[in-house]
Design a protein around this ligand. Structure first.
Ligand code: FAD
Length: 259
């Protein structure tokens, strides 16, 4: 199988660097082909701007979505964007690995998503009508591929527990798991999260890499998070709301997975 690791940490000798190197070796030893997009090493350009569409006409206003649509449809995207899309098409599984920075991904990785997820590639896919609101949330360009987050946090696991002060980790990662990964069609696996990283030492690193290794060994067999598919009948379209008779009275991010 082909695995793409999109990796965002500025320091190769960091904990994230060590875990990424471990993952590459574990996957290659199991016979998989691995490519790494090491965003800091690549000096990835994070901001979206007019240079992302090499056909952008200077006398016209830059429009992030419409320029993206034009560039994707006409082959005028900048080379770095097209190269990352080719890697995504090649991959059977994608791992996004990053330290949690301010309750989200580092800006360089967000900029990878903003630029690589072009209109027509990751969104704006499929028929949009009153009956069908596009191929998204379980359908789309990434359908049939698996994705998983590998995330490190400074906070403790209790800080991210059901009543933890930081909020539950599943809620914090929901915009990435559900929004960035499920939206274009990935089957999203439960994240691998390492908490309280300041307490890492060699013994704990051995335990952590063992646990990560098991998750990588089970990349193809782990049950994905059972997010509800937009076009499978659970949602009212075009409103995009969960049907009233499903989990009546319940709200929040958890309702979007089958409980
Ligand atoms: P490192 O700092 O490289 O390492 C962590 C520890 O692991 C160190 O003690 C190091 O010695 C040890 N280590 C490294 N490699 C090995 C190895 N091979 N074997 C054994 N030990 C090793 N945390 C939150 O919880 N929520 C937030 O919102 C948040 N926001 C942040 C925002 C910013 C801008 C920053 C800088 C930090 C933030 N943090 C937050 C903390 C951040 O998530 C952690 O610092 C990060 O996850 C640690 O990962 P690292 O790869 O940088 O670890």
């Amino acid at each position: 199988m082909n695995v793409l690791i999109v990796y965002a940490h500025p320091e190769p000798t960091s904990l994230n660097g060590a875990l990424k190197d471990f993952s590459v070796k574990r996957l290659e030893d199991a016979g998989h082909t691995v490519r790494v997009s090491d965003l800091y090493a690549m000096k990835w350009k994070a901001p979206v701007d007019a240079s992302d569409n090499t056909d952008h006409q200077p006398e016209t206003a830059f429009h992030a979505s419409l320029d993206s649509k034009h560039a994707y449809a006409n082959g005028t995207q900048s080379d770095d964007i097209a190269a990352e899309q080719e890697k995504l098409k090649w991959a059977d599984a994608v791992i996004l690995q990053f330290p949690l920075w301010w309750f989200s991904m580092p800006a360089i990785l967000k900029g990878w998503v903003d630029r690589v997820y072009a209109y027509g590639f990751a969104y704006g896919v499929g028929e949009h009508s009153d009956e069908r609101w596009g191929d998204r949330y379980g359908e789309g360009s990434m359908a049939g591929k698996r994705a998983m987050l590998v995330v490190t946090t400074g906070g403790w696991d209790t800080h991210y527990g059901p009543r933890g002060i930081n909020g539950p980790i599943d809620d914090i990662l929901f915009p990435i798991n559900h929004g960035v990964l499920f939206y274009p069609g990935f089957d999203v696996l439960p994240p691998f999260v390492v908490h309280r990283t300041s307490k890492m030492d060699e013994a704990r690193f051995a335990q952590t890499s063992d646990a990560l290794g098991r998750r990588l060994d089970e990349l193809w067999s782990t049950r994905p998070i059972p997010y509800r598919r937009q076009n499978a009948g659970d949602y009212v379209i075009p409103e995009g709301t969960l049907r009233e008779d499903i989990l009546p009275g319940r709200t929040g991010t958890a309702v979007h997975a089958v409980m």
